[in-house]
Write a protein that binds this ligand. Sequence first.
Ligand SMILES: C[S@@+](CC[C@H](N)C(=O)[O-])C[C@H]1O[C@@H](n2cnc3c(N)ncnc32)[C@H](O)[C@@H]1O
Length: 191
Amino acid sequence: MRRLKPFISYFLRSSQKITIDSIPDGSVIDIGGGGEGIIAQIGNERITAIDKYQSEIDEAKSNAPTANWIRADATDLSYSDNYFDNATAFFSGIYMSLETFEKVCMETYRVLKDYGEFWIWDARISNNKDLYIIRLQITLPNGKKINTGYGTRVRNRDIIEIRQKLVKTKFHIEIVENHGEWFFIKAIKKK
Ligand SMILES: C[S@@+](CC[C@H](N)C(=O)[O-])C[C@H]1O[C@@H](n2cnc3c(N)ncnc32)[C@H](O)[C@@H]1O
């Protein structure tokens, strides 16, 4: 344990702090919900967590066993129009090309009810490195702290591109918060 201490304190010092006070109400589709299963840990049985990879689902499932875990590509969902009350994507956009993200926005828009909200937390990637890693210390509404990191080969991704894709797919932007290395956007399906 002693040998791990320098590593843990380095990790905590360099990590971005995110406090999640709440998630949307009702039935929620969580896009790219595997990995840690952050949104599923908060909303449990209200959450339908979609992930393209079974390995990511297997990793997350024990953290929130009562959530609905579905292996699916979020660019092509099997749900009918207006099925979910709300949607979330927690650091999933950085695992997608912008072209894929646009398709995901279109599908999310379709399966949301009118006035459904899409809450997005994601990274602002301003470098050109082969691998970008963001370290996070996430505080859940119940006070639980989760230290984790997400790595991606996506380059130069910022709020503006995500915002453009949301607007292009007819979402209205309600809130944009810039937190330095990460951002939060709340968009809404309004006719
Ligand atoms: C960084 S992880 C997200 C972290 C996760 N939300 C959590 O709570 O820890 C990104 C996830 O998006 C998933 N993903 C990427 N493209 C996808 C797609 N087209 N459809 C569904 N999931 C996708 C990946 O498999 C990966 O599990």
